[in-house]
Design a protein around this ligand. Structure first.
Ligand code: ADP
Ligand code: MG
Length: 624
């Protein structure tokens, strides 16, 4: 026998599961059955594709039995099984990146953590919620030897040689006080029906039934061993849509997603004709935790003629649809498709492209209900935007699906609705980008548009900075960032331009003072209440984009200087024309730049001098 220690992360996960998931402890059964089903899937596949496995008799099933007197529960499968190395590798460590990143993000707040864990397959370790000792007896298909793994979940586990008649895995739980109730026929039946009804293999419950024969004094107790099949054991997605109720769909979603919530909605397609395939996709209510990790867990399982092939292929749907959960089942693919073959396979490519089109058209249907669609956008809006630079084939559909905040509406708006509200002579769609919605709504850059009653989209998501320039146009409308210096030109009148000319003399002086800090100084009538603002040259990345690239460590080009725009109609600027005190002129000039940067959320580089200037100007103001 060898004793080993669990990985640190396993201990953390175990601690969390045991101490904070107690309200959902019944899910341990779902997890163990799901593992048994995975193991059966793996052996079924080998049986169909590999010669050396073809002769191994395969009787796929999951058996559950219990002993109420001794408080034990046993879950046994005839699947692939595990050898010693598998037990160490799969049970003692956390291999899945999603789960690992979850553990890394634990807050220590039990309530919050247990809410988050609901989104994950908590897996095998959930057994320790109901058991103070767990034994695994497993024999790998094709091997003679069996092994026993056992642990009380307290940091260590033992592995020793064991016996098992056939290949497969048996999990024996020694139930603790809280778990005792699961050594019960009705309890097991209820939980299995609730979570595992659509597992594709039969789940049998073994129990002892007591019957009575005869009457009164002659009454005899007869004990009988009974085996009940608990689940449907059919591929739900292959059943006819008209036979399926919302509950059936929701239940199945829970078995494949490990989500305890119902999905937002589902899309079920049964295609027949030139290509035969079935897809059942679900949109979760909440974005998966690992949505923004490069090593996210893909949510779609591939089956060929109901045989499970993979749940680990990120190419089944485009990356931007990685939040979709579900099943693709093809009748036309060969069973032994490798990942490489899949990527070049024409059938797969067609299924993928039709699936994307179908999903996008369902999203567009969902968008008809504004309130519901808002929830969708809150969770997945940024993914849809990613689609705009990943999926050119569906660009038009995607453009109709994206939503933004706006100066004109409380809810989100789409580009079509913006267009419908536009002024008659308006030729562009205007937008402002930045980090905080509240700050953006108060930005001096909006003043001119407010005065002219022109709608501006408020883009406060980081991804907007990348996506918007890549879109360029919506139908025949240019998309214009009002953070750029030329955005306001088409809206200025001759009078505005005359007004701007008046500031030429002070602008000359200001340029000299700020020559190292800015690319240019301009007068601009786009402002009304504020004395100044900063914008960037039409061809430069916006100020926020530069900050973002810096934060991502990608800022390796020369620093881009902003353009300072001053408001010729503002009192401060008007008075600057008459100032004789050069020192004061310089202080005010610098303050006009610094306040404009601050409003854009950019830090002032030389804070001590900024404060010094501010105080010197205040002092002078108080003297008068
Ligand atoms: P997951 O199922 O998400 O991979 P689990 O914690 O549930 O995570 O299981 C960890 C691993 O242990 C599985 O991936 C599998 O390799 C192995 N395993 C668990 N249960 C069984 C089983 N009944 N038969 C074979 N392998 C199993
Ligand atoms: Mg599992």
């Amino acid at each position: 026998m060898t004793t080993r220690k669990f990985e640190t992360e396993v201990n953390q996960l175990l601690h969390l599961i045991i101490h904070s998931l107690y309200s959902h402890k019944e899910i341990f059964l779902r997890e163990l059955i799901s593992n048994a089903s995975d193991a059966l899937d793996k052996l079924k596949f080998l049986n169909l594709t590999e010669d050396e496995y073809k002769n191994i008799p395969f009787d796929p099933k999951i058996d559950i039995s219990f002993d109420a007197a001794n408080n034990t529960l046993t879950i046994s499968d005839t699947g692939i099984g595990m050898n010693e190395a598998d037990l160490v590798e799969h049970i003692g460590t956390i291999a899945k990146s999603g789960t690992r990143s979850f553990v890394e993000h634990l807050t220590g707040d039990n309530k919050k953590d247990s809410n988050m864990i609901g989104q994950f397959g908590v897996g095998f370790y959930s057994a320790f919620m109901v058991a103070d000792k767990v034994e695994i007896i497993s024999r790998k298909a094709g091997d003679d030897k069996a092994y026993k793994w056992e642990s009380n979940g307290q940091g260590e586990y033992d592995i020793s040689e064991s016996e098992r008649e056939k290949s497969g895995t048996t999990i024996l739980l020694h139930l603790n006080d809280e778990g005792k109730e699961y050594a019960n026929r009705w309890k097991i039946e209820t939980v299995v029906k609730k979570y595992s009804n659509h597992i594709a293999f039969p789940i049998f419950l073994h129990y002892e039934d007591v019957k009575y024969e005869g009457k009164d004094d002659n009454k005899k107790e007869i004990k009988e061993q009974v085996v009940d099949k608990l689940n449907e054991a059919s591929a739900l997605w292959k059943r006819s849509k008209s036979d399926l109720k919302a509950e059936d769909y929701n239940e199945f979603y829970k078995t494949i997603s490990h989500d305890s919530d119902d999905p937002m909605f589902h899309v079920h397609t049964q295609a027949e004709g030139t290509m035969d395939y079935t897809t059942l996709f679900y949109i979760p209510k909440k974005a998966p935790m690992d949505l923004y990790y490069a090593d996210y867990t893909p949510g779609v399982k591939l089956y060929v003629k109901r045989v499970f092939i993979t749940d680990d292929d990120k190419e089944l749907l485009p990356t931007y649809l990685r939040f979709v959960r579900g099943v693709i089942d093809s009748e036309d693919l060969p069973l032994n498709v490798s990942r490489e073959i899949l990527q070049q396979n024409k059938v797969m490519a067609k299924i993928k492209s039709s699936s994307v089109k179908k999903l996008l058209s369902e999203f567009s249907n969902y968008a008809k209900d504004e309130k519901k669609y808002k929830e969708f956008i809150d969770e997945f809006g940024n993914c849809i935007k990613e689609g705009l630079y990943q999926d050119f084939e569906n660009r038009e559909a995607l453009l109709e699906l994206i939503r933004f905040k706006s100066t004109k509406v409380d809810n989100y708006t789409g580009l079509a609705d913006y267009q419908a509200r536009m002024k008659q002579d308006q030729k562009a769609i205007y937008y402002i980008t930045g980090e905080k919605e509240t700050a953006l709504r108060k930005s001096p850059l909006l003043e001119m548009y407010k005065n002219k009653d022109i709608e501006v989209l408020i883009l406060d998501q980081k991804i907007d900075e990348i996506v918007m320039p890549s879109i360029g146009r919506y139908k025949d409308l240019e998309l214009k960032s009002i953070n750029k210096s030329d955005a306001a030109e088409d809206l200025k009148t001759e009078e505005d331009k005359k007004e701007e000319k008046k500031s030429d003399p002070i602008i000359k002086k200001m340029k000299k003072i700020l020559k190292d800090e800015v690319k240019d100084v301009k007068a601009s009538t786009r402002l009304s209440d504020s004395p100044s603002c900063v914008v960037v040259d039409a061809s430069d990345p916006s100020v926020q984009m530069q900050e973002m690239m810096k934060a991502m460590g990608q800022y390796n080009f020369e620093e881009i200087k902003p353009i300072l725009e001053i408001n010729p109609k503002h009192e401060i600027v008007k008075k600057l024309n008459d100032i004789k005190d050069d020192a004061l002129f310089e202080d005010i000039t610098r303050l006009l730049l610094e306040q404009a940067l601050l409003i854009e959320g950019v830090e002032v580089k030389d804070t001590p001098n900024f404060v010094k200037r501010l105080n010197s100007v205040l002092e002078k103001a108080l003297k008068e």
